[in-house]
Design a protein around this ligand. Structure first.
Ligand code: MG
Length: 239
């Protein structure tokens, strides 16, 4: 048994398993990209965002509304941010915001059987920068809502550090496991490890460049998994 998991089998100790959402539990990349490309086209005479613009915009921001806005800005299109966001949401959730848009194309990445098994032993939570309604919609659509005790979305916490602090306060656990597919959340959580048993892990998102695992390791991930199911199985095997 790896050293990092020492003590996990102690039933008296309470462990919370916290998940990032996007790129870990759901693959939102195709639906979000489609919204960016089509929103840019809408505001710039039908000219879709190019592959290069998509990559460049990602270097600047993780926020897809901001990415769309920035692509238009660099093209010299003067438009206010809220108009961009509204049109993006029309495509993503439907004009009536009735969840009829591209959100329905998203792929659920988790094996519910594993989530169910984990949820019998641990408290499962989600800490995400995505809007909570969207997370909940996807959980329900994929019959996974019952496995999670708490969902912190975009308006519930300012970042993963804030979210993790809230989870600590609410559950008062002995330790927390957290997994993410991006380096920045892992980096900001390093500070918590100084006075709390927090173990962070990296999950490779559905489409990742070679070397992404090393980037996540450098950011503080103790181990890298090819997907969330390998991660869940790893925890179950070591219970
Ligand atoms: Mg993510």
């Amino acid at each position: 048994m790896p050293l990092i998991l020492e003590g996990m089998s102690n039933k008296m100790s309470r462990t919370v398993i916290a998940f990032d959402n996007d790129g870990v539990l759901r693959d939102e990349s195709v639906s979000y990209s489609r919204c960016i490309i089509e929103t840019v086209a809408f505001f710039d005479g039908g000219k879709e965002a190019t592959g290069k613009e998509m990559i460049e915009s990602m270097k600047e921001s993780n926020d897809d509304w901001e990415r769309t806005f920035n692509i238009l800005k660099y093209r010299g299109i003067k438009i206010n941010f809220s108009a961009v966001k509204e049109y993006f949401q029309d495509l993503y959730l439907g004009r009536e915001r009735d969840f009829t848009g591209y959100i329905n194309d998203e792929i659920w990445l988790a094996d519910n059987k594993l989530l169910k098994e984990l949820s019998r032993i641990y408290d499962l939570v989600i800490i995400s920068g995505a809007p909570k309604e969207e997370i909940l919609y996807n959980l329900k659509r994929n019959n996974a809502a019952d496995y999670f005790k708490l969902i912190l979305g975009m308006n519930d916490c300012s970042d993963k550090f804030d979210g993790m602090t809230k989870v600590r306060n609410i559950f008062n656990p002995d330790r927390i496991f957290f997994c993410d597919d991006r380096p920045s959340p892992l980096k900001i959580l390093e500070a918590i490890k100084k006075d709390f048993k927090l173990n962070t892990f990296g999950i490779l998102p559905p489409k990742s460049d070679e070397g992404w695992g090393s980037i996540l390791t450098e950011a503080g991930a103790e181990r890298i998994f090819n997907n969330v199911n390998e991660y869940c199985q790893f925890i179950l095997n070591n219970n």
